[in-house]
Design a protein around this ligand. Structure first.
Ligand code: HEC
Length: 129
């Protein structure tokens, strides 16, 4: 009976250790694959470069004469899009609008950061994923 209990403890220990090993691998992989931007750095970039048009809360500065006016970054239309699609849009700009190609001013990493901040502007509303 005692032997069995020891065996159980040993098994649990081994399982725990290998679990730890696997989770380490997971962390390493996700650091490489998912380019998680840093929303705190992104906020600084946003305030300096995007806020002029998109406003402090992302809904867009009213009264600008741009056609079309700056997109509402809190909207479902923007927030429902995949990271890659928004990254490309910020990187390359939007043709025939004043939304410029920020690749000239920002590094890829900075674009991921500002995108991470843009994600924080999302308004949670019922019925929207
Ligand atoms: C000079 C004004 C201006 C600045 C500065 C600006 N934008 Fe925009 N942005 C726009 C306009 C105009 C649109 C297009 C709206 C539309 O198509 O309806 C837009 C669209 C977008 C969209 C939606 C793109 C799409 O495909 O509909 C995102 C996301 C965005 N901007 C992010 C940013 C970020 C991040 C920055 C700062 C790095 C930034 N913008 C700076 C004017 C600006």
């Amino acid at each position: 009976m005692r032997r069995m209990a020891q065996g159980t403890v040993l098994c649990a220990l081994v399982a725990g250790l290998s679990g730890l090993g696997f989770s380490n691998v997971g962390v390493k992989q996700s650091a490489v694959l998912a380019r998680e931007g840093d929303a705190v750095t992104g906020r600084e970039i946003y305030v300096n470069t995007c806020m002029l048009c998109h406003g402090i809360d992302g809904t867009g500065v009213r009264g600008l004469q741009f056609v079309p006016p700056p997109a509402d970054l809190t909207s479902f239309a923007v927030q429902s899009r995949l990271d890659g699609s928004l990254f490309r849009r910020i990187h390359d700009g939007k043709p025939n609008t004043v939304m410029g190609a920020w690749k000239h001013a920002l590094s890829d990493e900075e674009i991921w950061d500002v995108l991470a901040y843009v994600r924080t502007l999302r308004i949670e509303s019922p019925g929207q994923p």
